[in-house]
Unconditional design. Structure first.
Length: 200
């Protein structure tokens, strides 16, 4: 098994989303001895946003003008994703949506003619489906009866990853971390139960 672990937290090891995604990886490794683990740390080493050459290629579906720039980055990231049997994404929720580093990664991997095609029925994903686990950390609460903010992250990721063929998505969250240490402990108690229930 090849596991791709994508981390989006700018807080490094202290990030709750990184802790959550790391726990997901640990659960996966328990049932997959000898698995290969590939890390992509977007929070610590952000990738560049798409450049003019990339935009030109996508707009016209024309050949790339050379091998430099973000078309090269896109090729690397798509190969990395395509080689994975399981994908784990750890991301904070920034301003009720995905952080910019995750959006940059998405812009590189959601690529016409490479990871999706466009036909009479619209966009069709070209990647094989596989399990994608997404760990989300949020300072506020965005789900359940005590939600105090909207959630544009979850529906967006379901739609955009589905566009390239990834539909087997499972979400876990640690919410309300802005409420202080007691709130964080309470949130982790619920999340750990959910993780154990899923991976038992």
């Amino acid at each position: 098994m090849n596991i791709l672990h994508v981390n989006c937290s700018p807080r490094g090891q202290a990030g709750e989303s990184r802790r959550l995604s790391t726990k997901i990886v640990e659960h996966l490794l328990k049932s997959a001895a000898g698995a290969t683990l590939v890390h992509r740390d977007l929070g610590g080493s952000p990738i560049a946003h798409i450049d003019g050459n990339y935009a030109h290629v996508q707009h016209r579906l024309a050949p790339a003008a050379g091998e430099d720039g973000t078309m090269c980055t896109s090729d690397v990231l798509i190969r990395e994703l395509d080689a994975a049997d399981v994908v784990v994404i750890g991301t904070p929720m920034h301003n009720v949506a995905v952080p910019s580093v995750l959006k940059a990664w998405i812009d590189h991997i959601v690529r016409a003619g490479r990871t999706f095609s466009v036909g009479p029925q619209g966009k069709v994903g070209l990647l094989r489906d596989r399990p994608v686990f997404i760990g989300v950390a949020s300072g506020g609460k965005f789900s359940g009866p005590r939600a105090r903010q909207p959630d544009f992250l979850t529906p967006y990721l379901k739609f955009i990853l589905g566009t390239i063929g990834l539909r087997n998505l499972t979400f876990f969250s640690v919410e309300g971390t802005g409420g202080g240490p007691d709130a964080v402990r309470e949130a982790w108690g619920r999340t750990d139960l959910a993780l154990r229930a899923h991976f038992r």
